[in-house]
Design a protein around this ligand. Structure first.
Ligand code: B12
Ligand code: SF4
Length: 446
């Protein structure tokens, strides 16, 4: 029987995180495809276009993944692939293509466009069950039925060694859940999630839909995966890949309990929502060897908090930072400049909040109105999104501050809190993001 060969490629972008999404797609198709299947996962962060073209030469299918800033590279690669290997089937997926499907539907160099979570759709394509270009399938409700991300088809050591060089520890990521139950105005997750409804969910009740979208993995299985990965790759730090690891307090506590029970004994860090951080959670997390919480404080202005719909308040943030400090947890935070109500006054409030919570690590970004966020406008489509992101945003302004004023404030805050900037954020922010030349220099520096 002929072996089906599949290459999955993450488009170029500086990221020290392995592409868990493609690793999930890979493990799923390897598990369910009935014939012989070979999969390799490449990454434009490490692999040049030439290397990608050479390495995929025997593939039957090549799938590209990326967020909006990576869309131009996906399109460049698909063009190169069709020129070099006209019979190879090309597939585009991920947030970028899913949120702007029209960019791919008329592109003759893309054969299939996968919208939303892609495991089942990819399998359907390989099985020859897809007769149209746009593919979307009902997301898998039981996330425990998806095998662990495929760590055999990717060179994981390339990622681990960057962290080892930068931080002196062997780091990799683990996902404890999927989706998000919230709808912050600056995040595209809400829009991405509503694709599910189009993909087959019948219930139109947003609350219900959001609750369904958040799907926790079995803590026992997550921890078994951690132990396997710890032992196989000699991991000394885990970073949780979740949007937020604590939207469910019960799930978070169970996860910690399981880590203690199964004696993972490896430090870890995770994204935490500030509305749900309390003594018991911190105590359990520390017992489970948690060392870092990454908590977005966004702004010190109560009005901005209401406006961005995150469901957090300045008081919640103070409490979350205070309580985690009490337990010796290192607190990394992010401030988001430039939401519509931003002014010099609100930035001052943000500085006051930062000084109060006194985080160990901080990053400053400027709102990037990505497709899928509440701030997206069709006219932004004319912008070159490979040149824009939240670190060096040369387009966005608030009602009160121009883009130049926001950037000056960002630079001032970076300078003011320079002793607290995470190494990776320092690299990105000092070099400035956006523009292929700058991107090259960032990639060279990483
Ligand atoms: C975790 C995360 C990260 C991690 C990624 C970790 C990792 N291992 O890759 C880090 C911190 C590195 C990161 C970086 C970035 N991120 Co991010 N990130 C997220 C977050 C919180 C969760 C994404 C996730 O892991 N989902 C779970 C996985 C399983 O789902 P998935 O990635 O969507 O993949 C599924 C489908 O999309 C599909 N699929 C994906 N690719 C392909 C390809 C094929 C061929 C197929 C068939 C299917 C398919 O199948 C996958 C499995 O179901 C989301 C917000 C959110 N709550 O969703 C933002 C989000 C995705 N990020 C976003 C952005 C913009 C970025 C950056 C560009 C930011 C920056 N300027 O640096 C970079 C890009 C990095 C990169 N190289 O891709 C935006 C995307 C918006 C948009 N319009 O594109 C989001 C939505 C946040 C926001 N601001 O709105 N991110
Ligand atoms: S910012 Fe975090 S909490 Fe808000 S919608 Fe995005 S992933 Fe969910």
């Amino acid at each position: 029987m002929k072996t089906m060969k599949v290459s999955l490629v993450r488009a170029r972008y500086p990221s020290v995180w392995e592409p868990t999404n493609l690793m999930y797609v890979s493990s799923f198709i390897k598990d369910r495809y009935q014939g012989n299947l070979e999969v390799q996962i490449l990454d434009g962060f490490f692999d040049s276009d030439e290397q990608i073209l050479n390495q995929i030469s025997c593939s039957d299918y090549v799938g590209f993944s990326g967020t909006t800033p990576q869309v131009p590279h996906i399109k460049k690669l698909s063009k190169l692939v069709k020129k070099e290997y006209p019979s190879m089937k090309t597939i585009a997926g991920g947030y970028g293509p899913s949120l702007q499907p029209f960019k791919f539907l008329n592109d003759p160099t893309i054969d299939y466009l996968v919208v939303g979570e892609g495991e089942q759709s990819m399998l359907d394509i390989l099985n020859g069950n897809v007769n149209q270009k746009l593919v979307s399938s009902t997301p898998i409700a039981d996330v425990d039925s998806i095998p662990n991300p495929d760590r055999d088809s990717i060179d994981l050591n390339r990622y681990i060694s960057i962290a080892e060089k930068d931080e002196g520890r062997r780091v990799t990521s683990i996902m404890t859940e999927r989706g998000c139950a919230f709808g912050c105005t600056f995040c595209a997750e809400g829009q991405f999630g509503t694709i599910w409804r189009k993909a087959g969910l019948k219930n139109d009740d947003l609350e219900y839909e959001r609750a369904v979208r958040l799907r926790g993995r079995s803590p026992k299985l997550v921890v078994e995966e951690m132990i396997e990965v710890r032992d196989r790759f000699n991991i000394t730090f885990f970073k949780m890949n979740d949007a937020e690891t604590n939207p469910s307090r019960a799930h978070f506590l169970k996860l910690c309990e399981e880590m203690i029970k199964q004696e993972v004994n490896v430090p870890w860090g995770c994204n935490m929502r500030c509305d749900k951080v309390d003594d018991e959670m911190c105590e359990m997390a520390v017992k489970a060897h948690c060392e870092e919480f990454w908590m977005g404080l966004e702004s010190g202005s109560p009005e901005i908090h209401r406006d961005i719909n995150k469901g957090t308040t300045v008081e919640m943030i103070k409490k979350a930072f205070d309580v985690s400090k009490k337990y010796g947890i290192k607190r990394r935070t992010y401030a988001l400049l430039g939401t519509p109500l931003e002014s010099y006054e609100t930035i001052k409030q943000t500085e006051e909040l930062i000084d109060y919570v006194d985080p160990e690590i901080i990053g400053f970004s400027i709102l990037a109105p990505y497709p899928g966020t509440a701030y997206w406008k069709p006219e932004y489509d004319k912008l070159d999104w490979s040149q824009i992101d939240e670190f060096s945003n040369t387009t966005w302004s608030s009602s009160n501050l121009t883009n130049q004023e926001l950037r000056t404030e960002q630079a001032r805050l970076i300078e003011k809190y320079s002793d607290k900037l995470a190494p990776i954020i320092r690299k990105k922010q000092k070099l400035g993001m956006g523009g292929s030349q700058t991107l090259d220099s960032i990639m060279g520096a990483m």
